[in-house]
Design a protein around this ligand. Structure first.
Ligand SMILES: [Zn+2]
Length: 40
C-alpha cells in the first residue's frame, strides 16, 4: 500500500488520520509537510 500524495504540495509524507465525517466515510489523510488534510 503506497502512501497518498498530498494534493496541496505533492509530498508523499502523509498519514491516515481516520475517516471523513461526510456521508461517504472515506479515509482521511494529513500531510506531514504542509498540514493539509484531504481524502480520496
Ligand atoms: Zn502537503
Amino acid at each position: 500500500m503506497s502512501p497518498m500524495k498530498c494534493p496541496n504540495c505533492g509530498s508523499t509524507h502523509t498519514v491516515r488520520i481516520g475517516v471523513t465525517v461526510d456521508e461517504s466515510s472515506t479515509p482521511a489523510y494529513e500531510c506531514q509537510d504542509c498540514g493539509h488534510r484531504f481524502s480520496k
